[in-house]
Design a protein around this ligand. Structure first.
Ligand code: ZN
Length: 348
């Protein structure tokens, strides 16, 4: 069983899969690979064979193998030739008592991610200027898998090439290994949470701190405090667009005054698939028309400078602000994406 599972995970890693789904059907289980955000059928296997794999992985992750009805989650590690791979498992049961399993693959190996491909390259210049600031708070928002961390790493890597820079990251979990940064990882079971890590990191006087996610009042408070003491803080937060970030910060009890004193920019990011004439839609992983790195492009909505000040003061902002929807519309009109992609990503 171990050999079979290792083979499946190895294949997934080679194909750039982010997660593997075992979904029960009428007679068989279907195994899907999520590649570049799209689910692709990998193969169908017998119910009993799938159940063996699920039980094996549940056992490895210290989950309750006998318990099928309750949703469960767990973590296990595989040592593969590519390095140590973390698997985050979650199961949920159908009314027919068949479990489905999602395995998220977290390859903690040094990746040469190259450049995240920008749909509108001029946006990158603006981002580069923000990441060069000495202090303040720069926030990235966007759904899971929209490449926020990749963007942040890419921008900081460029800056580090121009001179020494101490970067401390705090993440849950570390997904991109970067030897030039001091990377730390949240471990709530051991009491290692964001506020503790930020507190300790401040004693190292870093130039830049990357906060994996502002997710509660504590992490928000510590992030603001660090930004006020003259550090450049780069953080992500859950919100649908730049204005949503302001509302979310308010929800986490950050005052308007604190925002005015710290916020230097809000970036809302999406990774959207290019239209492929062969696939007649987003380019599938097996299609060679678009190389893997160019199947999707990043779109950024950027709220900064005067517009950010106005937004924080609840004043109307100028026409120079280009929303995500505006950029998506532009991509659609120019033929980079199709109508389905436009409606899928449109912020409503
Ligand atoms: Zn294609």
């Amino acid at each position: 069983m171990e050999a079979e599972v290792n083979k499946l995970i190895t294949l997934g890693l080679q194909k750039g899969v982010s997660d593997i789904h075992f979904i029960p059907g009428q007679q068989v289980y279907r195994i899907y690979f999520r590649i570049n955000g799209q689910l692709e059928l990998h193969q169908s296997i017998e119910v009993s064979a799938a159940q063996q794999v699920i039980n094996y992985l549940k056992f490895k992750a210290d989950m309750d193998v006998g318990e099928k009805r309750k949703p469960q989650s767990g973590v296990c590690h595989l040592s593969l030739p590519q390095g140590m791979i973390e698997l985050r498992l979650s199961t949920i049961c159908s009314f027919k008592l068949l479990e489905s399993l999602v395995i998220r693959l977290i390859a903690q190996v040094e990746k040469d991610l190259g450049q995240l491909h920008a749909m509108f390259p001029r946006d990158v210049e603006a981002l580069n200027q923000l990441i060069r600031r000495k202090s303040g708070l720069l926030i990235f928002s966007g759904p899971v898998g929209s490449g926020k961390t990749t963007s942040i790493y890419q921008l900081l890597r460029q800056r580090i090439q121009e001179g020494p820079l101490q970067v401390i990251t705090m993440e849950d979990p570390v997904e991109i290994v970067e030897s030039n940064f001091l990377q730390t990882q949240i471990n709530e079971q051991s009491g290692i949470c964001y506020d503790l890590l930020i507190k300790s990191a401040l004693r190292h006087h870093p130039d830049v701190m990357v906060i994996g996610e502002i997710r509660d009042e504590e992490s928000a408070r510590m992030t603001i405090r660090a930004a006020l003491t003259g550090h450049l803080m780069v953080a992500t937060i859950h919100a649908k667009d730049a204005f949503g970030v302001l509302a979310r910060l308010e929800e986490l009890r950050v005052t308007r005054e604190q925002m005015k004193q710290t916020l230097i920019g809000i970036v809302s990011q999406r990774l959207v698939p290019y239209f492929c004439p062969f696939c007649q839609g987003p380019c599938l992983s097996r299609c060679h028309w678009l190389p893997i790195s160019h199947k999707r492009a990043a779109i950024w909505e950027l709220l900064e400078g005067e517009n950010l000040k106005k937004a924080m003061a609840n004043q109307p902002i100028s026409h120079q602000f280009h929303s995500l929807n505006h950029k998506l519309l532009k991509a659609w009109v120019e033929g980079y994406i199709d109508d389905k992609t436009y409606y899928h990503f449109e912020v409503v």
